[in-house]
Design a protein around this ligand. Structure first.
Ligand code: NAP
Length: 257
């Protein structure tokens, strides 16, 4: 039976992915900080729970050692643990939150891959999926620190994919747009025309599985979001001016209300 480690496996995209994998016969090791939810889902899908903060490198290494005592190899690592920036910018978000975004969203995937690398090599051909975001290819205005953590996670993903290919490990990035989950409730989109583009975690879970099965380096869950990164790369000045104009309009609207 194949073994998958899913960080952030107690909620949202990670939980939906673990459920999908379990329904296809995978044994899932779920990793997150909150014990109750984690053990509840692990029990439901016949998986295993490992309570751990992915930003804590040594704790993750200890988790990998414990998993190695139970399983000779791991065939799939899904790094989905992540925290939102709640729309905060570089000058208004508390510094501790900027550190947490970096530690969890970016370094969490680096430490997870490094900790599980020996087990992934033992399981080769094996796969790693980093759940990044469209915010990893596109950054304007609000949510800058979140975007920066996702840009770093995507750069890590792309670079390490080249490093690990000769060792039989394929690294993939999945870049969803808005998905309604506990950490990312997408309140600002409710009642707007954009709300119909908000995805379910189950839809992203299917994209993750398809990305592995079809061996795609990067996927978007909703293809139109691919354009966002292309537009920013081609027209950074234009996009920045549009974002500044929208910001000014929003500020003057809220002053006149
Ligand atoms: N939802 C969206 O709109 C969206 C869009 C693009 C990308 N993403 C990305 O998708 C990933 C999953 O997000 P989600 O929407 O599924 O959010 P979610 O429902 O809030 O789930 C986040 C998961 O990560 C775990 N987690 C958070 N911090 C952790 C830490 N330091 N160590 C270990 N586990 C941690 C949480 O459990 P504990 O709190 O118990 O630790 C939970 O299991 C994130 O990387 C996010 O950036 C989300």
């Amino acid at each position: 039976m194949s073994v998958a480690v899913v960080t952030g496996g107690s909620s949202g995209i990670g939980a939906a992915t673990a459920r999908l994998l379990a329904s296809r016969g995978w044994t899932c090791v779920l990793v997150a900080r909150g014990r109750e939810r984690l053990e509840g889902l692990a029990g439901e899908i016949g998986g295993e729970a490992e309570v751990c903060d992915v930003g804590d490198r040594e704790a993750l290494e200890a988790v990998a050692r414990r998993v190695g005592e139970r399983h000779a190899a791991v065939q799939l690592l899904v790094s989905s643990a992540g925290v939102p920036g709640r729309g905060g910018g570089f000058t208004d978000l508390p510094p501790e939150r900027i550190e947490e975004l970096t530690r969890t969203n970016y370094l969490g995937s680096v430490w997870a891959l490094r900790a599980f690398l020996p087990l992934l090599e033992a399981g080769a051909p094996a796969h790693v999926v980093n759940v990044v975001s469209v915010a990893g290819v596109y950054a304007v205005g609000a949510s800058g620190p979140y975007s920066a953590s996702k840009h770093a996670q995507l750069a890590f993903s792309r670079a390490v994919a080249v490093e690990l290919a000769p060792r039989g490990i394929r690294v993939h990035a999945v870049n969803p747009g808005p998905v309604r989950t506990e950490g990312f409730p997408q309140e600002s989109l409710r009642g707007t025309r954009l709300d119909r583009f908000v995805l379910t975690p189950e839809r992203v879970a299917h994209t993750i599985l398809r990305t592995v099965e079809r061996d795609r380096p990067e996927s978007y869950a909703f293809g139109a979001y691919r354009v966002a990164g292309l537009v920013q790369a081609a027209l950074p000045g234009t996009l920045s001016r549009i974002a500044q104009q929208r910001r000014r309009r929003r500020a003057s609207r809220s002053r006149s209300e």
